[in-house]
Design a protein around this ligand. Structure first.
Ligand code: C2E
Ligand code: MG
Ligand code: MG
Ligand code: MG
Length: 278
């Protein structure tokens, strides 16, 4: 069985000079089969208002449980998926699955339920993305505005003209766009004028030290003010403590995600949360 192979692989690798590469190739091999074997799923982390902790939506996050390796962290497999190109089928699967879920929750609860999906740079450079988004919205009866796509600053730094056209076309469908991990990519702010985004997500590294470190607070405050000036919503990522939340409230940050309110939830638990909120 696969368990034995994995053990042998580990021993083999420890004697090898090409450990990292070969381990990556093994992971890649497993990942290649993960979609067809149904080993991937999405979990959903609530996004809430800072003022009242009212649920305003969810972020879909990939999870992979391999039968022998167990749970593999996205921090490990997303980079492998990016480098190998597997992020294209996996990303398409995630987008489709999220839309199916939005459609199901919307029908079940009689009001739109908003879900954000992470997009890899590679997906943005793929000609078929617009058509995939359009088809998913149609097929699963996703209300306009219930789907948001999260893009990193780095993804916006190449193929600017193509990406510009694509994002405007996606925006024209009624889909919202957010800049993920804002403040960590190396970029000019000029793209904020150019691309039709509606949300900035303050990266967790700036949120982590709120209440302890004045520099982090200054950066977070600047991002919140920048967003307000541009009439964008601003979301803080990775809020874990009441102190961090207090500081964000003082800045009039709009929304947050983080373990303080909830870890990412299985789809069934989202359903229960929505039922309670009704
Ligand atoms: P991200 O999009 O910035 O997602 C936020 C990450 O922070 C998630 O990690 C989430 O579980 C974690 N997080 C949320 N609240 C807290 C908190 O209070 N404390 C701490 N310590 N962590 C918190 P996760 O699920 O491991 O995902 C990591 C990254 O993998 C994501 O970062 C995203 O870049 C990528 N990823 C996940 N799913 C997808 C996907 O479907 N497509 C693509 N392209 N990338 C994905
Ligand atoms: Mg994200
Ligand atoms: Mg993020
Ligand atoms: Mg982040």
């Amino acid at each position: 069985g696969g368990g034995v192979e994995v053990d042998e692989a580990v021993h083999f690798f420890s004697a090898s000079r090409h450990t990292a590469l070969e381990q990556r190739l093994t992971l890649e091999g497993h990942l290649r089969r993960a979609v067809e074997r149904g080993e991937l799923r999405l979990v959903y982390q609530p996004k809430v208002t800072v003022a009242e902790e009212r649920v305003v939506g969810f972020e879909a996050l990939l999870r992979w449980t391999h039968p022998d390796l167990g749970a593999v962290s996205p921090a490990e497999f997303i980079p492998v998926a990016e480098r190998s190109g597997l992020i294209l089928p996996i990303g398409a699967w995630a987008l489709e699955q999220a839309c199916r879920q939005i459609g199901a929750w919307t029908a079940a609860f009689g009001h739109p339920v908003k879900v954000a999906v992470n997009l890899s740079p590679r997906q943005l450079y793929q000609k078929t993305l617009l058509e995939t988004v359009r088809r998913c919205l149609d097929q699963y009866r996703v209300p306009p505005g219930s789907l948001e796509l999260e893009i990193t600053e780095t993804a916006l730094m190449s193929r600017e003209r193509e990406v510009d056209l694509l994002l405007h076309a996606i925006r024209a469908l009624g889909v919202d766009l957010a800049i993920d991990d804002f403040g960590t990519g190396y970029s000019s702010l000029a793209y904020l004028k150019r691309f039709p985004v509606s949300r900035l997500k303050v990266d967790r590294t700036f949120v982590r030290d709120l209440g302890r470190d004045e520099d982090s607070a200054a950066i977070a405050r600047s991002i919140v003010n920048l967003a307000r000036g541009l009439k964008l919503k601003v979301v803080a990522e990775g809020v874990e403590t009441a102190t961090q939340l207090d500081v964000l409230r003082g800045m009039a940050c709009d929304e947050y995600q983080g373990f303080l309110f909830s870890k990412p939830l299985e789809a069934d638990d989202v359903r229960a949360l929505l039922a309670r909120a009704r």
